[in-house]
Design a protein around this ligand. Structure first.
Ligand SMILES: NC(=O)c1ccc[n+]([C@@H]2O[C@H](COP(=O)([O-])OP(=O)(O)OC[C@H]3O[C@@H](n4cnc5c(N)ncnc54)[C@H](OP(=O)(O)O)[C@@H]3O)[C@@H](O)[C@H]2O)c1
Length: 261
């Protein structure tokens, strides 16, 4: 049986970088995102460069039936998903009362529901094989509410909590789950989609490479929540000594995503 790594959000940014790194390591891939043409072009690059099989499954994960379609796509091709990387996600910045309601629903579907549903669908076969891993791309924003990114930070808190609980459930099964929790990453597509003026961010913005290294660390070790940089670890650690209201205020200040009232 040939094992595959399935990566959502593989058409750009962090997901694309993870896919390139996994292909370089010799893993066969299933790439998921909405942009089918971009995925096909990227898939043929990866096949040529690394001699791995790369399948493309174009789906809009904000649609409730999409995770099932992804699962069926794999079933029909007898693709055994050994590693599931839930990376698709987006942010919308600004004050919450101005956030379009449809965006709120779409973000909840992509950032939370698709993560949980894909995990639910692919986990049983991993458990049967007693091997496999689920990698969730969360965010440093998932450790507290971030004013100006209220819905986004809440969706990432969901991912952090789901990952921690599942890691507990999966102990001793041979199947791992871990989450990568990056701070801001250098990727204009993400900020443009979010309407986030990145010049207002006052914390370091790291390269996608730090996330790649964190994913490798995740596979090699046994941590559940992985903070890619020393700065990310320091931000999380110092939260213990600062009143919660101050933690949230600082998160808003650092992100620079809140609008003046
Ligand atoms: N950039 C950062 O600063 C940062 C920091 C921490 C965590 N993260 C997280 O990292 C992940 C990747 O972000 P990124 O920076 O790489 O952003 P990005 O370049 O905008 O990539 C987002 C990916 O998600 C896919 N996607 C978005 N909506 C989708 C939908 N409805 N259905 C299917 N796929 C969809 C996009 O593909 P299509 O448009 O082709 O569908 C794209 O491949 C996200 O979960 C994000 O929250 C990012």
């Amino acid at each position: 049986m040939t094992l595959y790594t399935l990566i959502t959000g593989a058409s750009s940014g962090i997901g694309k970088a993870i896919a390139a790194d996994r292909a370089k390591s010799g893993e066969h891939l299933v790439l998921v995102a909405r942009s089918g043409e971009k995925l096909e072009a990227f898939a043929s690059e990866l096949r040529q460069a690394h001699g791995v099989d790369v399948q493309v499954c174009a789906q809009d994960l904000s649609e409730s039936g999409a995770p099932k379609q992804v699962f069926r796509f794999c079933e029909e091709r007898a693709i055994a998903v050994d590693r599931l990387v839930n990376c698709a996600g987006f942010s919308v910045t600004g004050n919450f009362e101005r956030m379009p309601e449809e965006e709120l629903v779409r973000m909840s579907m992509v950032n939370m529901v698709s993560v949980a549903t894909l995990t639910r669908l692919f986990l049983p076969s991993m458990l049967q094989r007693r091997q496999g891993a689920v990698v969730n791309i969360a965010s440093l924003g998932g450790f507290q509410g971030v004013p100006g990114m209220a819905c986004y930070s809440a969706t990432k808190s969901f991912v952090v909590t789901l990952t921690e609980a599942l890691a507990g459930e999966l102990t001793g099964t041979g199947v791992r789950v871990f989450a990568i929790c990056p701070g801001f990453i250098d990727n204009d597509q993400f900020y443009n989609r979010a309407g986030h003026d990145r010049s207002r961010i006052i914390t370091p913005v790291s390269s996608p490479e730090v996330v790649i290294r964190a994913v490798r660390r995740g596979f090699a070790g046994n941590s559940t929540l992985i903070l890619p940089t020393g700065f990310d670890s320091m931000m999380r650690f110092t939260q213990r000594f600062v009143p919660r209201k101050m933690v949230v205020w600082l998160a808003g200040l650092f992100a620079g995503a809140q609008e003046k009232r």
